[in-house]
Design a binder for this molecule. Sequence first.
Ligand SMILES: [Zn+2]
Length: 473
Amino acid sequence: MIRAALGQRAIPVAILALIWLLPLCTAAQAAAPEPPWPAAVSEFKSLLADLVALDTTNPPGNELAAARRLKLLFDQEGIPCTVYESAPGRGNLVARLKGSGKKRPLLFLAHLDVVGVEKDKWASDPFQMAERDGALYGRGVIDDKGMAAGCALTLVWLHRAKVPLDRDVIFLAEADEESGSTVGVDWMQEHHAADIAAEYAINEGGATELEQGRVRYLGLQTSQKRFVNYTVTATGTAGHSSMPPPDNAIVALARALPKIAAPLPARLTPTTREFFRGVAEIQTPAVRAVMEQLEDSTRLEEAAKVVEKLPGMETVLRSTVVPTILKAGSRSNVIPGSAEATVNARLLPGTDPEVVRAELERRAGEPGVKVTFKPYNRPEPPHSDFAGPVVEAARRIAARLFPGAPVVPIMSSGATDSGTLRAAGMQAYGIDPFPLEAADAGRMHGNDERLPLKSIEPGLRLLYGIAREVAAR
Ligand SMILES: [Zn+2]
């Protein structure tokens, strides 16, 4: 099946490579030329179709086939690359364009695995990319195979154009992002850290928000919440259900949970403070005024309640806690001696999980209810600076591609692999290159995932532009 897919695609890719070279042969050695974008978009679609056709649903993953497809591309282009099999069938690929070494490398990261599909709910086969209604449909087109194809081709295009580089440009296509990255970037960091070491990194996790066909803002993810599972345990007297004692563990847990799950206090972090300053300018005067109140500690709570009703801002201002698992009892006539809930917390950067634990236990207010958690064995990764060459490049490119859209730092509520990169000392930025309406962004992990055709060229220009501006001499 893999061979068939490769065979079908090999010729078009070769032809595209030739088309590509024509303008370069005739053009003067202009400073850092741009790819011929219509041909570049076709090449992207062809590569993306191949990646989508390789089912990398995780579990089990099988990303090795997708890593080998990318290796074929890099081999054809003469770009050095290595595939690492981190576990049977699990593949990570590292490709590297050499620079002069004057500056430390720039790393692009994308994941090759995808989440599962409910095939019967899709209008077409999720693993055969289809073009209709002005969009490409297929599992992974926006998460994250579109990014993978765009990053891979960014290296290819820099290489074909012979752009002189002051730093290496590395591409890591990783396995396992959707299930914790144990055999993906974490494994690479543990076993081959030198091969992916970089000063700056570009990963998924940003926001290029489209509204009525215009990009409102370009969000670069510079920090993320951290997740902690708290275990809430209630204890009581066990016994026969015909003789109920007053201290029932299930009842105590049920009383405690609503108090535990109530909202925690609102707080601005360095990232979200700058985010609100940046996006305030594109709001209505009324919303802008409320966003400005967030900076006044006496009005923060009141303003937060308004801001949290805006789409996309629901979880920006607080750490969140939510019960996700309940365990109690085994027989209908036996009163259990204990009842347990798992409460999943997403903590704002700079939050001490022990302080939250103590607060949750205080809120429970029940002598028989205890809250525990397993402390981290690693310190919290720092946030990336919202300054420096990546941010400056993004600003310049956004001014050309998306006039009027501010570039702002964002904090993710979910965990991304940028945490691993930051812990390794890199300045990592989450960028979602392809502009998406909220409804399309919402198809990520859902049915009929799609990438609008109109978003492809700006996304590719953004990735290529950042690589060129950050790495070229
Ligand atoms: Zn993803």
